[in-house]
Each structure stands twice: as C-alpha cells, then as structure tokens.
Design a protein around this ligand. Structure first.
Ligand code: HEC
Length: 122
C-alpha cells in the first residue's frame, strides 16, 4: 500500500512537473546541483572529479532525448531512492539511507532540471 501510494505521489508530481516546459530557476538549480549532485556527478564547470562511472550532467543532457523527464524524476531512479528524500513525498522504501540523506524540495528538483538543460550544446 505504502509503495503504491509513493508511486502515485511520484506520478502526480511528475505530471505536474512536466506539464509544459521545465519551470525551474536556473540560478537556484546551479546552486542546488553544486550542493547535492557534485559529490558523484561532474556538473558542468562546477567540478572536475566524480565517482567512477557516474554519468556527467553534460553527457546526459546531450545524449539522452528524455533527459528532462529523467532529471525531473531522478529521485525515483537508481541509485537515488536510497539516499534522496523529497519534501512531501514518502520515501520509496523503508531502508535507512546509507549516507546522510540528500533532502530537497520538488521546486529544487525542477530548478536542477532547468539548470541541467542549460548544459545542452545547441
Ligand atoms: C551518491 C552518488 C550520487 C549522487 C549524490 C547523485 N547521483 Fe545521480 N546518479 C548516480 C549514479 C551512480 C548514476 C548512474 C546510475 C546508472 O548507471 O544506472 C546516476 C544517474 C543519474 C541520472 C540518470 C538516471 C537514469 O536512470 O537515467 C540522473 C538524471 C541523475 N543521476 C541526477 C542526479 C541529480 C539531479 C543529483 C543531485 C540532486 C544526483 N543525481 C546526485 C549517483 C549519484
């Protein structure tokens, strides 16, 4: 039941978030990405070191047609459900986060997606 509810929440959030263009704030997204994503991902010019095979943001936005949807739902995509907590959305599982959890709002998720989209080369 809990799991079903979580999925419903995520779908509702995704629908709200993808209704039209990404409505995030690029500047706020850059800061949120620096704070929450650079530990593992290379993010534009924010950092140069990442964890092994973790894809860089620029790789993803330039090579995945559905990058916008993936960024808006990243907290449901492995490995993130293990350690990302979104305000207002119940965790997708009951397993305690193995690292200090990354806590974000849905607005920040949209902000990061908007910022990531700016890394796309025309
Ligand atoms: C603790 C490490 C870690 C952190 C922190 C992290 N990620 Fe990731 N992320 C990964 C790994 C590893 C993958 C590759 C997963 C795979 O290959 O299946 C990934 C993949 C992704 C993908 C692609 C997922 C897919 O299945 O298409 C997106 C989008 C993404 N991350 C966004 C983010 C954003 C946004 C943040 C910060 C808010 C973030 N990640 C923080 C480790 C991390």
């Amino acid at each position: 039941m809990r799991r079903w509810l979580s999925t419903a929440f995520v779908l509702a959030a995704w629908t709200a978030a993808t209704n039209g263009a990404v409505a995030g704030d690029v500047t706020a997204g850059r800061e949120a990405a620096r704070q929450h994503c650079t530990r593992c991902h290379i993010v534009g010019d924010l950092n140069t070191m990442s964890i092994g095979s973790t894809p860089s943001f620029q790789y993803m936005v330039n090579n995945l047609d559905d990058h916008e949807a993936r960024f808006l739902t990243f907290y449901t995509l492995r490995p993130h459900p293990a350690f990302v907590r979104i305000e207002g959305i119940p965790p997708l599982n009951d397993i305690p986060s193995p690292i200090a959890p990354i806590e974000m709002t849905l607005q920040q998720v949209e902000d990061v997606a908007a910022f990531a989209a700016t890394l796309r080369e025309q």
